[in-house]
Ligand binder design. Structure first.
Ligand SMILES: *Cc1c(COP(=O)(O)O)cnc(C)c1O
Length: 767
């Protein structure tokens, strides 16, 4: 009732002419309602031991629906909005808060939701990019990027706290870091934590002497240089940017965050030596400059280096997210020296401490150097300092120990943990799929909202009538998605088709190209009159490519050309449809995961650290068509391998054949594979004269200076994959298939981020 009144007040103040107006009114009303509780929780969190999550990315998506849901005021607010002629759904036009690329940033968002729900004092620190991940559209099948000005209509979920600004000092400039705080409302609003994002601003914005003398451009040059630091998210997923501005961003937010933590401790009369009551989790290597920065700040307080570094070793924990060599961050010493010169002596001291320790232990330096060959190695800095190092799925942690970080594992085995990723069921079931959520609650109660394991009770509700209702819900979600896709993409899908979905960043290792080749092969076989019993299938893709990733863009173009040709072919389009949805983001994902029958998780074994998209689709009752990779393995283990479709070479096999793999032999031995691959060069599809399809073909058959032919083993897995797809197709529509889907939902409990955060709190953060 309070909220409803406040909404009316703000609606009067702003008007409700546009969805943005409505969003402002609703959001401000909620902010007003939670304000006192939020402040109280911030104060309370300062009392005992606590943790911070430092991440260059937070892929939050839309806050409003999730917040209303966690506050349990959806119906009240819906009624209030309808009283002045609006609809809650109008707010679906509000842009996502998309300050991340993909899985890593989304994980950070799920973790914040879970920690607040569990009542754990975990605040996030990051960067308030003015422009988030680019908006994507297709022109003639090519990806085109546009700036994501996500705050253009305001940002009612954040509070600018100018009074808590800090100064960040670079070698060549000083800037202000101004915090913007967003409440993280746990389920039932028992706890409200904070995401604090820093915005870069000039120390003294306007150069009056320059302006007075008529040098207008110079008068704002300082402002622009400062603002540039937080202006845009680097749109690269799983590759290092290597650019000076990126280094500036990393130091900017880690320095601001550490200064902030220490200032608050000082205000509370606490020591800056915080190892006993603060844990700082570093989300990948992007925030690892926090380590030398903390040492620097302690030394500035008069603490000796040895003691400062010993303290840092008690504070920081590091999460590795990838085994891809091209993603492991390294910085030129020259760049570090220019941009953050104050850190260089500290990095050198840490390097010497490492060398001394190794000498004492009689262990060679090997590949463990932190500063060597004019390069700073961020993962080594993290592994040497952090008291805990974790991978994000069982197989990933094993690969870290055996390979990527094996030298560190040999040195400090007790530091290594596995923390299999998770997703928050509040967003990915309650908000994304209210129909299935109601189905579940009717049968096993609503305990799943805070204890996802209770979904196992669904095993007692898989009779014929339950199954029929489950199928009807999936059908309704598919209809809703089809309507949305028609309106947004102009492609009509039939909800009676199988919805086979691959949504994730576009990457060679994720093998969207394998899916594309399988579609082409299926098309060719249908044209030849084969596969008489093939059940109609819609293949749905969603993915952004890094703007400079030529091959990934080629795959987008290829799939769009496949879609154009197949959707127009009357001989097959009653059984085959393809759509690449544009601007895949969290809000689109919410609609897609609710409507998936089949979840494509087909990365080359050993390449996908965990995956979390696989968990979202599983939770919503899709079967996984996937490889023995990342969390797919744990998904199949939890739901039963017989309830999923796992195929292809395992990591041991790929490791064994890597050095002798001859892609061309597979190509020449399998006429179907060859026929599909040849469409890259035989004129079947047109790449607009770019040569990009030929380059894809060459990457598979000739390789390039930096990799062997078919480095992600598409050809090795092609036949296995085709067979697994046809098994899915044969099973679909049977009672056994529905049971597989329901078993996946019932056993998704392990993949709640509540479980992951509970493990972090117990094993790493000790809170
Ligand atoms: C969950 C999610 C991801 C991660 O998907 P993966 O399949 O695990 O790579 C990426 N982007 C968005 C928008 C997501 O919601």
């Amino acid at each position: 009732m309070e909220t409803a009144k406040a909404i009316e007040k703000y609606a009067a103040l702003y008007g409700v002419h546009t969805p943005a107006d409505l969003h402002s009114a609703v959001s401000q009303a909620v902010m007003e309602e939670i304000a006192v509780k939020w402040r109280a929780d911030q104060t309370a969190a300062e009392q005992g031991r606590r943790a911070y999550y430092l991440s260059a990315e937070f892929l939050m998506g839309r806050a409003v629906f999730n917040n209303l849901s966690n506050l349990q005021i959806v119906d009240e607010v819906r009624a209030a909005v309808e009283r002045f002629g609006g609809k809650l759904e109008d707010m679906e036009e509000v842009p996502d808060m998309a300050l991340g690329n993909g899985g890593l940033g989304r994980l950070a968002a799920c973790f914040l939701d879970s920690a607040a729900t569990l009542g754990k004092p975990l605040d996030g620190y990051g960067i308030r990019y003015q422009y988030g991940i680019f908006k994507q559209r297709f022109e003639n099948g090519f990806q085109v990027e546009a700036a994501d000005d996500w705050t253009a209509a305001g940002d009612p979920w954040s509070v600018r706290r100018y009074g808590e600004r800090v100064v960040v000092t670079f070698g060549d400039m000083r800037v202000l870091a101004v915090p913007y705080d967003t409440p993280i409302i746990g389920y039932g609003a028992k706890t409200i934590n904070t995401l604090r994002l820093w915005q870069a601003e000039p120390l003294d914005g306007f150069d009056f002497p320059a302006f007075d003398s008529g040098k207008y451009l110079k008068s704002t040059a300082g402002r622009e240089a400062a603002e540039r630091i937080s202006s845009v998210l680097y749109p690269n997923d799983n590759t290092k940017a290597g650019k000076a501005l990126r280094l500036r961003q990393e130091y900017f937010f880690t320095s601001a965050s550490l200064q902030d933590i220490l200032r608050r401790r000082k205000a509370a009369g606490k020591s800056p030596l915080m190892g006993d009551d603060v844990a700082v989790q570093l989300n990948d290597t992007h925030p690892v400059f926090a380590i030398p920065e903390y040492v620097r700040l302690l030394c500035a307080e008069g603490v000796a280096f040895e003691q400062a570094f010993a303290e840092a070793k008690k504070v920081f924990a590091y999460t590795n997210h990838t085994v891809m060599a091209e993603a492991l961050e390294k910085w030129d010493v020259a760049t570090v020296k220019k941009i953050v010169p104050a850190l260089l002596p500290i990095l050198n001291k840490i390097e010497r401490a490492l060398e001394n320790e190794l000498r004492e232990k009689n262990v060679p330096l090997g590949r463990k150097a932190i500063v060597a060959d004019k390069t700073v190695h961020m993962a080594n800095l993290a592994c040497y300092t952090a008291y805990a190092v974790n991978g994000v799925a069982k197989i990933h942690t094993e690969i870290l120990k055996a390979d990527t970080l094996s030298e560190w594992y040999a040195l400090y085995p007790e530091r290594f943990f596995n923390m299999t990723n998770g997703i928050t069921q509040r967003r990915w079931l309650a908000t994304a799929n209210p129909k299935l959520a109601a189905f579940i609650t009717e049968r096993v109660g609503d305990g799943w909202l805070t204890d996802l394991k209770t979904l196992e009770g669904l095993e007692q509700h898989m009779g014929e009538r339950d199954a029929a209702e489950f199928v009807a819900i999936k059908r309704a979600n598919k209809q809703a998605l089809a309507d949305f896709i028609e309106q947004k993409e102009g492609v009509r899908l039939d909800p009676d088709f199988i919805f086979d979905i691959q949504i994730k960043r576009l990457h060679e290792y994720k093998r969207q190209l394998l899916n594309a080749l399988a579609i082409v092969s299926t098309y060719q076989r249908l044209k030849d009159g084969e596969l008489p019993d093939f059940k109609p299938t819609a293949y749905i893709f969603g993915a952004k490519s890094a703007p400079g990733y030529f091959r990934a863009k080629a795959v987008i173009k290829y799939i769009n050309e496949i879609a154009r040709k197949l959707n127009a072919d009357p001989q097959t389009n009653d059984r085959l449809r393809v759509v690449f949805v544009s601007d895949y983001n969290v809000s689109y994902a919410e609609k897609l995961v609710a409507a998936g029958d089949v979840s494509e998780q087909i990365s080359a074994a050993g390449t996908e650290a965990s995956g979390t998209g696989n968990m979202k689709l599983m939770l919503n009752g899709a079967v996984t068509l996937g490889t023995y990779d990342g969390a797919n393995i744990e998904i199949a283990e939890a739901a039963g391998e017989e309830n999923n479709y796992i195929f292809g070479a395992r990591v041991e096999e790929l490791d064994a054949i890597r050095n002798t793999y001859e892609a061309r032999k597979f190509y020449e031995a399998d006429a179907r594979l060859k026929a599909a691959v040849d469409t890259l060069i035989d004129g079947t599809f047109d790449d607009g004269g770019t040569g990009m399809f030929r380059e894809l073909y060459d990457s598979l058959l000739k390789g390039a200076s930096w990799h062997r032919p078919d480095q992600y083993f598409l050809f090795r897995d092609f036949d296995d994959y085709m067979r697994a797809r046809l098994r899915v197709n044969a099973d679909y529509g049977t009672p056994q298939f529905v049971r597989k889907c329901m078993m996946n939902t019932a056993h998704a409990g392990r993949f709640s981020s509540d479980r992951t955060i509970g493990e972090y709190c117990r094993d790493i953060w000790k809170i």
